[in-house]
Design a binder for this molecule. Structure first.
Ligand SMILES: [Zn+2]
Length: 438
């Protein structure tokens, strides 16, 4: 199906977005189901984004209301047979809804007079069991603001228009948008543009942030054998106390404490976060467990393999910062020592394996309470240490975890449509270093 989205934010002080979705159904369909995701890939918690919808209406192209009924928490049924309309053969329809956006995280949307951060799954509806091809998004920009940063493909015909497209619904909602008057900068690597967007507290400090991000990005892309995208966008929110990141196919949303940037330790942790989310464009956005994509956004995607998605990425992010000389060898070993001490201090390590921890991410790690450390262990922490230990073991065979990453990447290139199974990963490792290590 073809779908055109239109986003407008006429009164940002109310934290409300107005979304219009225009499409045309096939004549044989008398019903369609609209849905809004309940969760975001990369963040394993049912967030029930439908709870933020204030009102919704569906009309045909003549402006006649179509029968619409909510049938689940985030699902609405449109029924043409039950609709009291003059022209039953009108296949066109327009969905319009208003949605509240006032949570400043990397996996929610946030609107106020200073900006709009639009996180796709939290705001854009899809059509259940239908493939949306080449969706377009027109943003009617509020006069308060002047620019948009996003990984979406820009097809704006004029300078004062903001029109974007993506391959399908999944890639469309995967790309967040930062809309406002934020600071922007950028750099090129091998002719590919990388945009930096900073919203929030001043980025003035002694570090050369653009040069340092470029150094990290260039190192990682060279390690991985090139960049599998046409452009990349780093969207960063800086404010006291913020921390978080979410990976996307050709962009990332980052949040970091502006105060922490001022000391070397905090700044290097910021670069770790940059490396972590950037490396995710390979590991989890492309190389991924078989359960993680294509997605059903209405229910949990359970996997026992977050030791691969987050454990490997956590190991690699610190290694990349060491390999780019931001960490000395002593700094790097201090990081590992801190990780080991943290691991040993968590009683839950005795009760949960990495697989248990992964499988329960939705109800344990993402809903951590006062008992969490007593009953579970983070797959980021333990997974990272497992890959650190594996790296040492592989050295006996003149191999490293990087060799494993490269064969996993080749496996993705050979069969991108299907994620990997645990057995496949172990077989690839076995081929590299033999069964006694695997
Ligand atoms: Zn991660």
């Amino acid at each position: 199906m073809k779908v055109q989205y239109k986003l407008s934010i006429p009164s940002p002080e109310n934290h409300l977005a107005n979304v219009k979705l225009t499409s045309e159904k096939e004549a044989k369909d008398s019903q369609l189901k609209l849905f809004i995701p309940s969760w975001s890939p990369g963040s394993y918690l049912m967030r029930e984004y439908g709870r933020n919808i204030r009102w919704l209406k569906v009309e045909n192209s003549k402006g006649e209301r179509l029968y619409t009924e909510q049938i689940d928490r985030g699902i609405w049924l449109i029924d043409w047979d039950k609709s009291d309309v003059v022209n039953k053969d009108d296949q066109s329809f327009q969905v319009e809804y208003e949605i509240y956006c006032h949570e400043l995280t990397v996996r929610t949307s946030h609107i106020d007079r200073s900006h709009a951060f639009i996180h796709g799954p939290s705001i854009f509806m899809g059509i259940l069991d239908k493939q949306i091809k080449d969706p377009t998004l027109e943003v009617i920009i509020n006069p308060l603001w002047s620019k948009i940063s996003t990984g979406l493909k820009d097809i704006s015909p004029k300078r004062d228009q903001f029109l974007y497209t993506a391959e399908d619904y999944d890639t469309f909602i995967d790309a967040p948008l930062e809309i406002g008057c934020h600071e922007t900068d950028g750099f090129m690597i091998d002719g590919i543009p990388h945009e930096l967007a900073f919203y929030g507290s001043s980025t003035l400090h002694e570090h050369k942030m653009k040069e340092d991000i470029k150094k990290v990005v260039d190192h990682i892309q060279k390690t991985m054998g090139g960049m599998p995208y046409e452009k990349y966008c780093f969207m960063t929110h800086l404010a006291p106390g913020l921390f978080g990141g979410l990976e996307h196919l050709n962009s990332t949303a980052l949040q970091f404490c502006s105060y922490s940037l001022t000391d070397k330790k905090g700044y290097n942790e910021w670069l770790e976060l940059v490396a972590h989310e950037y490396f995710h464009l390979w590991n989890v956005k492309r190389i991924r467990p078989v359960e993680l994509g294509p997605f059903d956004y209405t229910k949990e995607a359970l996997t026992k393999m977050h030791w691969l998605t987050e454990g490997l990425t956590s190991f690699m992010d610190q290694l990349f910062i060491f390999r780019t000389d931001f960490y000395s060898l002593q700094d790097y070993l201090d990081c590992i020592k801190t990780n080991i001490n943290r691991y040993l201090s968590i009683p839950g390590r005795k009760f949960h394996s990495l697989e248990d921890s992964s499988f329960n991410a939705w109800i344990k790690l993402y809903r951590a309470d006062e008992n969490h450390n007593n009953s579970s262990i983070s797959y980021y922490l333990k997974g990272g240490l497992v890959f650190f230990a594996l790296n040492i073991l592989m050295a006996d065979k003149d191999k490293s975890v990087l060799d494993l990453v490269k064969v996993l990447w080749q496996r993705y290139l050979d069969k991108p449509e299907v994620g990997v199974t645990e057995d496949e990963v172990f077989n690839l490792l076995n081929d590299l270093v033999g069964r006694e290590i695997t």
